[in-house]
Design a protein. Structure first.
Length: 299
């Protein structure tokens, strides 16, 4: 498959590396690249585009590409009105193009381990899920006019956390509310806590003010609990499964710790290629829920 990488910032560089020899061109209006505009790239020279661009132009460019039968991997989040997202879904369906929103954390080994454990039913009824995602990018975001705008960390990291909930539990019946939103250093929110009230109690905390990047997860359930500490890119990353002792007592625990490079970029690109070879499906329907949920909390 021949791919063009559009946007050669941090994400674009990672996508370019993952694509390896499949990458036939790069595009960026400012940074060093083969072209300044995608329109300059001969249309018959590529099959797919990896879009690593700001949020505002994503949907219009995605729509143009899928209408021309080009497969698209676009960096999260895809935000917009339902009708705008649905137009892209319909156009991709009509031409057979695959439109895939990249949420690379789905390919974290322990995220996949958590999904397998939940799907197995071994935990029983899931009572509560608590996620924390923090990085130290507040100053970098503040120095970028387009990044330090709108809902800030809510769209940036909140979309990852909402997608994680979707990955593990499907679309929850929870109604999410913002229980805390702070602008400690930035014009846009740099620390947000969301709460979801439904059959599963959900708490999502995100911040750009965690000077050592960190992720934690706690899943509390009927027959035990499961926990993740850190991501592979920040490692070591540990998964713990604790089995409940009745009526009470210290639970036996299984623990797996990984010390390795981040495997998610290569794994996600391989997944995208397999979707393109097999004719899909894409996953843009997930963004209808994520975008609507974020939009409701931004109001």
């Amino acid at each position: 498959m021949r791919v063009v990488v559009v946007g050669m910032g941090v994400q674009g560089a990672k996508r370019r590396e993952a694509a390896g020899g499949d990458a036939v061109a790069t595009v960026d209006p400012v940074r060093p690249a083969d072209y300044r505009d995608l329109a300059e790239v001969p249309a018959d020279s590529y099959d797919a585009v990896l879009l690593c661009i700001p949020d505002a132009p994503k949907l219009s460019l995605m729509l143009d590409l899928v209408r021309r039968g080009k497969h698209v991997l676009v960096e999260k989040p895809v935000l917009g009105e339902d009708a705008a997202i649905q137009r892209v879904i319909d156009a991709a369906s009509a031409t057979g193009a695959v439109c895939y929103t990249a949420y690379n954390h789905r390919f974290e080994p322990h995220f996949m381990r958590m999904k397998a454990l939940i799907d197995s039913g071994e935990l029983g009824r899931i009572y509560a899920v608590r996620l924390f995602y923090g990085n130290g990018t507040a100053r970098l975001v503040r120095d970028s006019a387009w990044r330090d705008s709108g809902s800030g960390v809510l769209a940036d990291l909140g979309s990852h956390l909402l997608d994680t909930i979707h990955f593990w539990l499907g679309v929850p019946d929870a109604s999410f509310t913002v229980s805390m939103a702070n602008r400690f250093e930035n014009r846009s929110p740099d620390h947000v806590v969301l709460c979801g009230a439904g059959s599963v109690a959900i708490q999502l905390e995100m911040t750009m003010l965690s000077w050592r990047n960190h992720f934690t997860c706690d899943v509390l359930a009927e027959r035990g609990s499961a926990h993740i500490e850190s991501l592979c890119k920040w490692g070591p990353s540990t998964f713990r499964h604790r089995r409940r002792v009745l009526p009470a007592g210290r639970p036996p625990e299984e623990s797996v710790t990984l010390v390795q490079d981040d495997p998610t970029w290569a794994a996600e690109y391989t997944h995208f290629k397999s979707l393109c070879r097999g004719g899909g499906p894409g996953n843009l329907k997930n963004d209808l829920w994520i975008s609507a949920t974020l939009r409701a909390m931004e109001a």
